[in-house]
Design a protein around this ligand. Structure first.
Ligand code: WT7
Length: 685
């Protein structure tokens, strides 16, 4: 990598003038809670000596222990190859198959054990329990279909746009069996958002489902595939086949017509593949397992590429020791498989450990806020994993509901956003009944698995803090000048990781320069260096480290908003607003919200001479929903006479964010148009 490609202090978004971290919630941190003795007595990891074994001077060989949890066709020769920083290659020379590790290898001892509990939303529909043997059969048959009916082979990409059903892990594992790279798009994303991902990954095959239940409605999902295929074609990507699972096999639940020669109902085609078996393809450890698109600073989502060997080793180890999964556990992560949390901690990690993993359809609070606890009681769930947004909603809608059910969690997780101490305490007391150890896990789509968290059998919990780094992870907080901020300094800075780790993404699909620029350029000590020590990973979050070593994550430092634990790019939302012909400028800012953590407020300015109207505002909102999906729907669309701007014409999002959050925008006298601030404040009241 030459120096000119790597400007030292200029990553993509150093000039962002509003950050989530600036409107972070502040809370005192003094409480500690100890894990219970019964939890510690059964925990997978209680030896604090582990941290010495994973000290930096043991790097990278210490990570062998992670990969040794897996079955390899061929053991690797090099634990970590750093010859081309920052493109780290783990377990080089190893041959492995992810599907074999999550399914086949359990048949000898766990054939009759439930691999997946599928819980439909309508409560009168019985849950389905798929054993490891049944999972094996279904994955093999579908892999045969993908290979022989679609002609897919190792290295090809396939886009999945599937809801939360058992067929989703089946589809992912069938891809993994063949070495086909899956790219699952969150089902709530629009057909257009799906099209961008189909085009970027150059998928010839799109796999979807006709319909699914959400909050009392059976939603037509197939219609999104039609949009996706049409729009992908306009980006130059031809989709040859759309494969459609049926929510109710044998019955069509979508009013959207099938396109002759392109659309195929999987349940019909599968008949030809009954009883077929497909040998797992022995893949290089370094081959990609999947792409997961996430929001960045430009309008274009980034395809984070995760490896087979390193990723699987990382999620398996962290599932065993941070999630404390034992094979006899019933584990329920309430996330959607369309996000990294679901990939790592519903599918790959738990199944690699032969756990029973729950896949549920619907939303936590429908038909009422007792549903999760009913499910937990019925299935005997003892490990529970969810987000602060879900916890806040469940607490709001049914603070006493958990006490009505006879569920018992030994362990609970929170992920995706900072959790307020009082919300944490409700989670601990009401949901966990004071029995469960809680881990607050900080990580990202890019990182594959947890970075910071307490080890539940070793550390005390501190509400509102993610905890120290997990074994093998060595964070550092830098200020803007690249000076290290000491623990206990009380100063917030940019959290980075000093060392590579096996779960880290390999690159951005088709955009390696962006990968370097965005994650490594900022604090790289020497762009010519082959030494990993010179390449700290920039996570993009503001953080402080307390004197006890625990990290508190404050929020994004860049142009990304975390809404209800989901990452949205400000540029993506603004571009959608600009599709409305009347709109000339758009600026989106994060607003603190009691349930969702952050929600977007969208400010728009219209072409000269046009009068603001509710109708225009509604069309702006509708455009955001159709371009991205309902999760990006702005809380408010505020039509303003002009944007607050610097003299060089840059929109001052910081001022808008202050207005939306009822904060002091500070000195605005240097703006080109300071008088507009008061007018906007009136409009945004
Ligand atoms: C961003 C990553 C991690 C999987 C789900 C989200 C925020 C994540 C925490 C936490 C405070 C957190 C960060 C991070 N975040 N976990 N425990 N405490 N903030 O993955 O969509 O890639 O988002 O979520 O801001 O950068 P993602």
């Amino acid at each position: 990598m030459s120096k000119d490609k790597l400007p030292r202090h200029a990553t993509e978004r150093q000039t962002a003038d509003i950050s989530e971290a600036q409107i972070a919630v502040h809370w005192p941190e003094e409480d500690y809670f100890s894990p219970s003795n019964p939890f510690i007595a059964q925990a997978n990891l209680t030896d604090a000596g582990i941290f010495a074994r994973f000290a930096l001077d043991k790097f990278p060989e210490c990570f062998k222990e992670f990969a040794d949890l897996l079955d390899w066709y061929k053991y690797w020769e090099t634990t970590l190859d750093t010859s081309n920083p920052p493109f780290w290659r783990w377990f080089v020379g190893g041959k492995i198959n992810a599907c074999y590790n999550c399914v086949d290898r359990h048949l000898a001892t766990h054939k009759n054990k439930t691999a997946i509990h599928f819980v439909p939303e309508p409560e009168d529909e019985a849950p389905q329990h798929l054993t490891y043997q049944e999972l094996f059969v279904r994955v093999n048959e579908f892999a045969a279909l993908l290979r022989d009916f679609c002609g897919l082979k190792a290295g090809d990409r396939v886009t999945l746009h599937m809801p939360m059903v058992a067929e989703l892990p089946i589809t992912m594992l069938a891809c993994a069996r063949l070495g086909v790279i899956h790219s699952q798009v969150f089902s709530g994303f629009s057909g257009k958002a799906c099209a961008d991902r189909v085009a970027d990954s150059e998928s010839r095959v799109l796999i979807t489902m006709d319909a699914y239940h959400r909050a009392g409605n059976l939603l037509d999902h197939k219609e999104k595939a039609d949009t996706a295929v049409m729009e992908a074609a306009s980006h130059g990507q031809q989709v040859d086949k759309v494969l459609i699972w049926q929510r109710y096999p044998g019955k069509n639940s979508s009013p959207t017509k099938l396109v002759e020669g392109r659309d195929f109902v999987i349940n019909d085609v599968l008949r030809k593949f009954r009883g077929q078996r497909v040998e797992p393809v022995q893949m290089p450890a370094e081959a990609p397992l999947f792409l997961m698109y996430t929001s960045g600073t430009t309008g274009r989502p980034k395809g984070c590429q995760h490896s087979i060997g390193g990723y699987l080793a990382y999620v398996t180890w962290t599932s065993k020791f941070i999630q404390d999964i034992h094979p006899e556990d019933v584990y329920w992560c309430m996330a959607d498989i369309g996000w990294i949390t679901g990939h790592s901690y519903i599918v790959y990690g738990p199944l690699a450990l032969a756990a029973s993993s729950v896949v549920y359809e619907g939303v936590p609070t429908h038909p009422d806020a007792g549903r999760p606890w009913r499910i937990a009681e019925d299935l005997g769930v003892n490990i529970f994993h969810t987000s602060p947004t879900a916890i806040r909603a469940l607490r709001r809608d049914g603070p006493d509901e958990p006490l009505k059910y006879n569920h018992h969690f030994k362990h609970m997780t929170t992920v995706g956003e900072p959790i307020e101490p009082e919300v944490w305490k409700w989670y601990y007391k009401a949901v966990g009944k004071g029995e469960a150890a809680i881990v607050d896990t900080w990580w990202q789509t890019e990182t594959g698995g947890f970075l910071c968290s307490t080890v539940p059998g070793i550390h005390k919990m501190k509400p509102g803090s993610a905890g120290p780094a997990i074994p093998g992870i060595h964070p550092v907080i830098y200020d803007d000048e690249g000076k290290e901020l000491a623990s206990g300094s009380g100063k917030a800075g940019n959290i980075c990781i000093r060392n590579p780790w096996p779960g880290g993404f390999q690159t951005i699909w088709k955009d390696p320069e962006r990968y370097v620029r965005q994650y490594y350029a900022r604090y790289c000590k020497d762009p010519e260096s082959k030494d990993w020590r010179d390449w700290p990973y920039l996570a993009g979050d503001g953080a402080v480290q307390a004197a006890d070593g625990y990290y508190r994550i404050l929020g994004r430092i860049d142009d990304v908003i975390n809404v209800a634990g989901h990452r949205l790019g400000t540029k993506e939302i603004e571009s959608a607003a600009l599709l409305v012909p009347e709109v000339v400028e758009a600026a989106v800012v994060p607003v603190a919200d009691p349930v969702k953590g952050k929600v977007p407020d969208l400010y728009v300015a219209l072409k000269p001479g046009l009068a603001p109207s509710e109708e225009i505002a509604n069309r702006v909102s509708a455009s955001v929903v159709s371009e991205i999906g309902a999760i990006a729907r702005p809380r408010r669309v505020i039509v303003v006479p002009d944007m607050p701007k610097t003299r060089s014409g840059k929109i001052m999002r910081r001022v808008l964010a202050a207005i939306s959050n009822h904060l002091d925008p500070g000195d605005v006298s240097t703006l080109a148009n300071p008088e507009v601030v008061e007018k906007i404040r009136e409009l945004a009241k």
